[in-house]
Design a protein around this ligand. Sequence first.
Ligand code: ADP
Ligand code: NA
Length: 332
Amino acid sequence: TFTPRVFSGIQPSGGLTLGNYLGAIKRFVQMQEEDFETIYCMVDLHAITVWQDPADLRRNTRELAAGFIASGISPEKSILINQSQVPEHAQLGWVFSCVARVGWMQRMTQFKDKAGKNTQNVSLGLFGYPALMAADILVYHATHVPVGEDQKQHLELTRDIALKFNHDYGVDFFPITEPVIEGAATRVMSLRDGSRKMSKSDPSDASRINMTDDADAIAKKIRKAKTDPDALPSEAAGLKDRPEARNLVNIYAALSEQSVDQVLREVGGQQFGAFKPMLADLAVSKLSPISGEMARLMNDPAEIDRVLARGAEQAREITAPILKKTYEIIGM
Ligand code: ADP
Ligand code: NA
C-alpha cells in the first residue's frame, strides 16, 4: 500500500568516484525511468560526521549535484535535494536515535572501519550515522533504495528501525524498505589494494578514478593499477582469489553493460598489458561526456542552487506530513 518510491544519497565529502557511478548513480538513472517516484540526495549532514572544510563542502555539494545531473538525473523527473535543506531528515533522525539501540550501532562494520582504533575520539554523529540514514529513507516512506554492497548492513538496520517503531507504537506506519544491489560492480575496489573499496575519502588519489579525471589521468591510474602476473582467464571462475584482476574485469563489464563471462569470452588469454589500455579507452569514452557536462554546469553555480531549492520545496511536501504523523503517533 506504499507508493513505489526510491530514495538514495551520496556524501559530498569529496569528488565522485567510478565506484559511486557504477555502484549507485547508474542505477539511480535507470530507476528514474521506471515506475518509481525518485528522490536523490546530497547527504551533507552525513559528510560532517568527519571534518569538512566549509569551502570544500559547499563546492563538493554543488559538484555532486552537477555529477548527478550530468549522469542523467533530470530535475524534471526526480527530486534532487541537499539533505540539510530538508529539515525533516534531521528531525526524524533524532526520533530514530531514540528507537535504535547502542548495541545495533556497535555492530556496524563501516563504523569499525572508519573509526579504526580511535573509537573514543570520533564524532558521536559517525557512530549514530545509520539512524540518520534510516530517517533519510523513511521520511519519504521510500520502498526501494539502490546502493552499493557496502551499504547493505545499514539498510538492514533501517529495516530493523522501521520494524521496532511499528512494533513499539502498534502501527503499520513505516515501510520495510528493499535494498537494490545489482550488477557487475556493486563493490568496486581500490586500484591500489584489492581488499579495500574504492572511496572518495581514500587519502590516495591513485586508488580511485574520479569522475572529473581527464583521459591522461584515467589511463595512468589504470596502467598503474595493481594486478597479478597471470593472463586473464576465459571464464569467471578463473578470477577466484584474484581480487585485483576480478575488479578490473568487473569494471569493464559494468561500463560495457556485459556480464563478466561475456567480457572474458572476448579478452580471455590476454595479458594485462593489452587489457588495461582497452579498459582505459572504455572508461574515458563513458566518463568524458559526463565530466564535460559537469564542468559546464559548474560554470553556473546559481542555477545548481536554484535546482536544489526547488527540490527541497518538492521534498517537503512529502516529508512534512510524514514527520507530523510520526510526532502524533509518538504523542507529540
Ligand atoms: P564514498 O565511500 O565514495 O564516500 P558514499 O558513502 O558517499 O561513498 O556512498 C554513495 C553511494 O555509492 C552508496 O550507494 C555506496 O554504496 C556507493 N559506493 C561507494 N563506494 C562504492 C564502491 N567502491 N563500489 C560500489 N558502490 C560504491
Ligand atoms: Na520515475
